[in-house]
Design a protein around this ligand. Structure first.
Ligand SMILES: C[S@@+](CC[C@H](N)C(=O)[O-])C[C@H]1O[C@@H](n2cnc3c(N)ncnc32)[C@H](O)[C@@H]1O
Length: 233
């Protein structure tokens, strides 16, 4: 399969175009499973009052709301003006910033936790984004990545791959009337590193104590890591 072109401007415009129907489409395509996955993300982050959290590629802020509700100080950052505008309209209680994951407009050592849900796969340079997330995390702070991954059991892998490549783009095209965006979704998932490979990228980018947990048999994986207290010389 040819390498997917993730031209940042094209990706941002694609999300601008689906912003208004993004959340309903997620619920339809995942048969409601995204709600459970988001609950698991929040549980892993364990947000507390006073905690500084960056929710990167936050889209319309659906992944940010539970963190805000727990009392954390949350910045929801995304590079799509359309997603940010829709997020600000729906969730005035969330602080949105338009920002690119590969060049974050935040000082070093700012956040206790950085998190990214269903976003890292879309970034043109994964390692650069992981390094930027490391830079803005406080020493000893954590990262939590929620992303599509590789089902571990062969029968699930076969039926899921068929669903993802054939049915999903058609259903999504009907819900959003933007078929191309969801062909991109299927392709970007199929070309994304599996659980072990993403873990290796995190380690290479400087994260320690890297581990993952599968959800829905590995359709989604939650990767976590810690910024070392002393950076390697
Ligand atoms: C699938 S949505 C996920 C939104 C949200 N985190 C959620 O869980 O619903 C992916 C988001 O990643 C954003 N994105 C993609 N590349 C980005 C980048 N380089 N910097 C910031 N945001 C980016 C897109 O604009 C889009 O809103």
């Amino acid at each position: 399969m040819p390498q997917l072109d993730k031209d940042p401007q094209v990706v941002a415009e694609m999300f601008d175009g689906i912003a208004q129907r993004y959340d309903i489409t997620n619920d339809v395509l995942s048969l409601g499973l995204t709600r459970k996955w988001r609950h698991e993300v929040t549980r892993e982050i364990d947000p507390r009052p006073g905690m500084d959290i960056l929710d990167l590629a936050a889209g319309t802020g659906t992944s940010s709301v539970p963190l805000v509700e727990a009392g954390a100080k949350v910045i929801a950052a995304d590079f799509s003006a359309g997603m940010v505008a829709e997020g600000m309209r729906r969730h005035p209680e969330v602080d949105f910033v338009q920002a690119d994951a590969v060049n974050l407009p935040f000082d070093d050592d700012t956040f206790d936790v950085v998190t990214i849900s269903f976003g890292l796969r879309n970034v043109v340079d994964t390692e650069r984004a992981l390094a930027e997330m490391l830079r803005v995390t406080k020493p000893g702070g954590r990262i939590l990545i929620c992303e599509f991954s590789s089902p571990t059991a062969r029968p699930l892998r076969a039926s899921y791959t068929w669903y993802r490549d054939h049915l999903l783009p058609k259903v999504a095209g009907a819900v959003t009337r933007k078929a191309g965006s969801y062909e991109y979704l299927a392709e970007s998932i199929s070309q994304w590193p599996d659980q072990v490979e993403l873990g290796k990228l995190m380690v290479r980018s400087g994260w320690t104590r890297v581990a993952y947990r599968n959800l829905a048999g590995g359709i989604v994986a939650l990767h976590r890591g810690t910024r070392p207290v002393a950076d390697p010389q």
